[in-house]
Design a protein around this ligand. Sequence first.
Ligand code: SF4
Ligand code: SF4
Length: 373
Amino acid sequence: MELKELKKEVKKLAFNSGAKLFGVGSRERLKDAPPSGDMDYCLPGAQSCIIWAYPNSIEALENYFSKKERMSIKIHQDIGYATGWKTALQVAEFIENYTEYKAHPVIPNGKYRGGVESIRKNGEAFPDFSLRYGAVAAGLGHLGWSGNLVTKEYGGSVYLDGVLTTAPLDPDPMAKENNCNNCKICQKVCTTGYVAKEEPEERQPTIIGGVKQTYGKRGSYMKCGIGCAGWTGLSLDETWSTWTVDHTCLKKVPDDELNRGYFGNLLKTLLRSKETPRVIRKFNNRIAASFANVGKTENVGLRPIEDTNPRCGNCNFICVADPKKRTELYNMLKTSGKMYLDEKGQEYIKKIDENGKEIVYSPPTWEEYSSNQ
Ligand code: SF4
Ligand code: SF4
């Protein structure tokens, strides 16, 4: 099969799975990227990275940020990870079956150089291959302040998947503009302070296709680990939470306190201490079990939908392409209230409506939501 035909066929496979963006990047463009841009680590001699993206729908995002329901985003996330992974396997198999080239499906998340242990040991972790770097090299966009890929069509509210191959495919042109407008809404919606407000990350230059990618300085990886998992999350002004029951604002905890074993103590309290009500401990332990399963498989693409429970992801989800819509979503979040659990473990929301009246309701569970589809 000719290379042109091969590219056309793999693009078809990606689009048939529901992807909306597709591109191919070259080895040459990744030569000055940080180590996670080195394709040889996964596939010696790789020449191209094939990357595609699945966006979140605006309706799902509105429901998520207003706390109407989070199940539509759960479905999108499952598509981004599980469908994306299955598609990567198909694409890699197609390349190896129909050409003499080798291919390597990239695990969408959960696989780190040095294993998950490296998070505990070094306070940070790097993927075998960075799909974000690959996506920049494939012309899908550039890195925004959040550190996520920002595309022209869907902003940063996308899930990335990909395959590396030794086939020297024709690369797509790099994205002309960086569509991050530095609104910093990604920083405002993060309750943990993982990404700095003003200071750029300077530890190692991220140069892809000759273009320097600038993004905010990162704090301890554990901040995002705890916030994104949904063990805790409260806004600075304490008026809204993420989709979680522990309402601690990590942005308020000074760095030196964090360095003195803060995270370990917080998790001990949330998971094991009798100070934490039983029903909340159970909720926290379910999150821990689902993370442990991903830790075991080292592949979030294998996670069942029942265990896919988006509770933060705010920095990435909110970054839709239209800046006005982004602000609207932020305003929805600011008036979305806080999540709690009743004695049976059912999630409920308490918020103040536009007339200043307190309202309390239970968003649909997965069983309720899926039986209505
Ligand atoms: S939310 Fe704004 S600042 Fe953050 S990555 Fe998106 S466009 Fe850039
Ligand atoms: S996923 Fe949530 S906790 Fe993690 S950096 Fe983004 S907003 Fe912050």
